[in-house]
Design a protein around this ligand. Structure first.
Ligand SMILES: [Zn+2]
Ligand SMILES: [Zn+2]
Length: 295
């Protein structure tokens, strides 16, 4: 198994400089759970370089409260130095730790060519593509009352469709390699009347772009209490031959490799025999049998 989605800092905690010891501890935790390789994938928006490029992306949001909230959230997060992060992960690779250099990249409508240009200056192995926001609405921020109150004033089907539309646009940019937590919009526990239509669009976005899709245990730590993607969506990804990664989306050491065995069981039930690993943005299949815990 892989853990191809890891963060160094919890949301709400101001960043501290990343250290080799921290990365080594993540690798040790992962290895103990039967993980053969991890990807460090900090959010792009935790770095000052993103602030310079993308700060104010929320200005188009018509809702003043959401606009102000995103401005605060962004200000709390965009503080670390991307160069120091990259250097730390490269040093871990040099030291022989089973880690690759990644980043979790949000979709910024109309700004993705700037993002691509910034990221091209770094030797990333893998880029996760994510949608966490519709306009300036943080629909998955389950600890934020303002964000969660939106779910009672908005149409759930429309929210899902907006989310899927953003994923389609992100996939079409070819900026990223892996569709992270593909049905994240369900995080707070709201489901559309006909999820299959959204699932089919998500699968087409992956197929059309050549992106892999991530199977993540993080949904089990959210109100929805279900892996991303839902079993029906995972089945569709597999049926269409979309390559998969596995991930915990940990923001702290104790969540590294969370419920890896449960993810392995989901894959086994669908006879998935390989996962997609990445080097220098190029994917290759690794046999799953060799990475299953206990084998
Ligand atoms: Zn995410
Ligand atoms: Zn993440």
């Amino acid at each position: 198994m892989l853990d191809y989605h890891l963060h160094l800092w919890p949301h709400g905690q101001r960043d501290t400089a990343p250290t080799l010891e921290q990365v080594a501890a993540y690798c040790d935790g992962a290895r103990a759970a039967g993980i053969s390789e991890v990807a460090l994938t900090e959010h792009l928006f935790r770095f000052r370089q993103a602030d310079r490029l993308l700060g104010g992306f929320w200005d188009d949001e018509p809702d003043a409260a959401l606009r102000a909230s995103m401005q605060n959230y962004w200000g709390d997060h965009a503080r670390a130095d991307l160069d120091a992060y990259v250097e730390c992960v490269l040093a871990a690779k040099e030291a022989g730790l089973p880690v690759v250099l990644g980043l979790e990249v949000d979709y910024y409508r109309g700004r993705m060519s700037d993002v691509v240009e910034l990221l091209a200056g770094y030797p990333f192995d893998v880029l996760l593509g994510s949608v966490h926001w519709i306009g300036a609405w943080r629909f998955d921020d389950v600890d934020d009352p303002l964000s969660m109150a939106q779910w009672s004033t908005r149409d759930v089907d429309e929210a899902w469709s907006d989310y899927v539309g953003a994923i389609e646009e992100l996939a079409a940019t070819s900026a990223c390699d892996v569709l992270a937590h593909p049905d994240l919009v369900k995080a707070a526990g709201h489901h559309p009347l006909a999820p299959e239509e959204c699932w089919d669009r998500l699968v087409e976005a992956a197929v059309g772009s050549g992106m892999a899709a991530e199977l993540s245990s993080a949904g089990w730590r959210k109100p929805v209490n279900e892996a991303y993607p839902a079993p029906g969506l995972l089945e569709r990804f597999v049926a269409r031959g979309v390559p998969l990664t596995t991930a915990s989306d940990a923001h702290r050491l104790s969540d590294v490799a969370h419920r890896t065995a449960d993810l392995a069981r989901m894959l086994d039930a669908l006879q998935v025999r390989s996962l997609r690993a990445f080097r220098a943005r190029s994917g290759s299949d690794v046999a799953l049998a060799a990475t299953v815990p206990g084998s």
